[in-house]
Design a protein around this ligand. Structure first.
Ligand SMILES: [Zn+2]
Length: 180
């Protein structure tokens, strides 16, 4: 739970609260100082920790921008955070802008760092995650192509079929038939 004064501190990026608590965002598993200039998350997704070391112990990762542990968040760690966000949110219509918001960085910087470390753009990585899920669903479920397309965040079926074919060299239907 977050009190109104804590919520206010967070909304106004009030550095006076930086020694008092950290806030963690359940949906992204990232935690911040109250003064962090990143876009404000939904209130219901926020958890407050008065022990400044506790978020890390609970598996949250430090924000790249406000560096809430006082240590630099290096590029490798940040890419891990981005990867985790992609894996958790691939069903969403995840634009680079939205991803940058969730990962607490700027779009161009995020793209640059991700590409430097992984050799792929975030969009390529997202596509790979989606295609791997589609492949698994085609093999292991009886879901229709339409449902699978929606499941992986590409509700436009013909677009999904086109992408799948580009990725695996055959249409989803053909792929399923061949592997039955
Ligand atoms: Zn932050």
């Amino acid at each position: 739970m977050i009190t109104d004064s804590e919520w206010q501190a967070l909304k106004t990026n009030d550095a006076a609260y930086d020694n008092l608590f950290r806030y963690a965002v359940k949906t992204t598993k990232i935690f911040c100082r109250p003064s962090c200039p990143s876009r404000i998350p939904k209130r219901e997704n926020v958890e407050i920790y008065y022990d400044l070391n506790e978020p890390e112990k609970r598996g949250f990762r430090p924000c790249k921008r406000c560096q809430p542990t006082g240590k630099i968040v290096n590029d490798e760690l940040w890419v891990e955070e981005i990867e985790a966000i992609l894996r958790q949110n691939y069903q969403m219509n995840l634009s680079l802008k939205e991803l940058a918001f969730l990962a607490h960085g700027s779009e161009s910087y995020l793209r640059h760092v991700f590409k430097k470390i992984t050799g792929q753009t975030p969009q390529q990585r997202l596509q790979a995650i989606r295609m791997a899920h589609a492949r698994r669903e085609l093999l292991n479920t009886r879901k229709t192509i339409t449902v699978i397309a929606k499941d992986i965040g590409l509700p436009n079926v013909s677009y999904f079929i086109k992408k799948f074919k580009a990725y695996y060299g055959q249409t989803p239907k053909r792929f399923r038939q061949q592997n039955e």
